[in-house]
Design a protein around this ligand. Structure first.
Ligand SMILES: Cc1cc2nc3c(=O)[nH]c(=O)nc-3n(C[C@H](O)[C@H](O)[C@H](O)COP(=O)(O)O)c2cc1C
Length: 341
């Protein structure tokens, strides 16, 4: 499948593995790249800019296909040294960056100076248009279904994607709730040039998280997520568990961030992936869990999605077209053809 997005970033398939904190490491990203899709190493998963540089070198050692780096800019108590992470990305020679979060202008301007393609991920049309004005090359638009930060507008992909497609000039990929070929075809039909997936890539053989968490995602259905930080207008969609329940209850009772801080600490979330204990902390997962039933390799997953999408387009949709247009004139034509033969 060739789209404006595959042409822009030079990959075979219009499928992206978005940045994932504690998860977007070299093994996964290289496997995604080798499968012909575009993976992003998550910059802030590495404790230092130097660590990030080494991770990119490690990834390059495992693939000669394109891959990128995700730089997430979120409000934090202790700001990471963003400019230094950015410099490490530039020096690594990586040619695609996914920015996410607040006010990416400074980073966009710098990356563009070095010919790096910037894909900005956001959750509203107004932020997508603002990023377009900032000079990004493509948009990844995250619907309300997504894992991680869905924003505060609660607009699902079915509306967000076509509204954004109507207004943007640059290519856009659709994100949030995608996990199979049906989703890819739907995204293309809605005006996107590809799909971005997080949760689905959690359940792949090469993903570095604990096997028990992958199995938990397979067992979960589409209702097993919870929205935390709603009251703080910093909503995050996470896997439903004992901790997310507690946080939501405390929020309803008026708790401040300081009161839930220990429960939501990033180190606890990191431990979930290391130990396989799903109740140890907060971890991100989307509603697409309801569509995830196995743990394939990245190559199996990507080729299955593409194959399924092609079959839907060639058989199901095309079949509907010929059926729908088989009017009287068509029938007369085929009768004439039959007689002629
Ligand atoms: C475990 C996990 C961690 C994530 N961490 C980040 C992150 O650090 N930065 C970011 O931009 N997006 C992050 N995301 C969001 C994904 O990149 C992607 O936009 C989202 O998962 C799409 O929704 P889906 O899970 O329904 O496919 C994360 C998602 C997951 C599942």
């Amino acid at each position: 499948m060739k789209t404006r997005f595959t042409e822009l970033v030079g990959v075979e398939h219009p499928i992206v593995q978005g940045g994932m904190q504690w998860v977007g490491r070299a093994e996964l990203v290289a496997a995604v790249a080798n499968a012909g899709a575009l993976g992003f190493i998550t910059a802030l998963t590495q404790p230092t800019p130097e660590g990030l540089f080494n991770e990119m070198v490690r990834c390059r050692g495992m693939t000669n296909k394109p891959f990128g780096v995700n730089l997430t800019i979120l409000p934090a108590i202790k700001q990471p040294p963003y400019a230094e992470y950015r410099q490490a990305i530039i020096e690594s020679g990586v040619k695609v960056v996914e920015t996410a979060g607040n006010k990416p202008q400074e980073h966009v301007t710098e990356f563009k100076k070095y010919g790096i393609k910037v894909l900005h991920k956001c959750t509203s049309v107004r932020h997508a248009l603002s990023a377009e004005r900032m000079g990004v090359d493509a948009i990844s638009i995250d619907g309300f279904e997504c894992a991680g930060h869905p924003g505060e507008d609660d607009t699902p992909g079915l509306i967000l994607i076509p509204v954004a497609a109507d207004k943007l000039k640059i290519p856009m990929i659709a994100s949030g709730g995608f996990g199979d070929g049906r989703g890819l075809v739907a995204a293309l039909a809605l005006g996107a040039e590809g799909i971005n997936m997080g949760t689905r890539f959690m359940c792949t053989k090469e993903n570095p998280i604990h096997q028990l968490i992958k199995e938990k995602i397979v067992a979960n259905d589409e209702r097993e997520t919870e929205l935390i930080f709603r009251t703080m207008r910093n909503t995050s969609r996470v896997a439903k568990n004992a901790i997310s329940n507690k946080v939501v209850t405390m929020e309803k009772q008026g708790a401040t961030f300081d009161q839930v801080r220990d429960l939501v600490a990033g180190v606890r979330g990191k431990m979930v992936y290391a130990t396989g204990d799903a109740d140890q902390g907060i971890w991100s997962a989307g509603q697409v869990q309801g569509l995830i039933h196995d743990i394939p390799t990245c190559a199996e997953l990507v080729s299955r999605i593409v194959r399924e999408a092609e079959t839907i387009i060639r058989n199901r949709l095309k079949g509907m077209m010929s059926g729908a247009t088989r009017g009287t004139a068509d029938k007369r034509l085929s009768k004439a053809e039959e007689i002629a033969s």
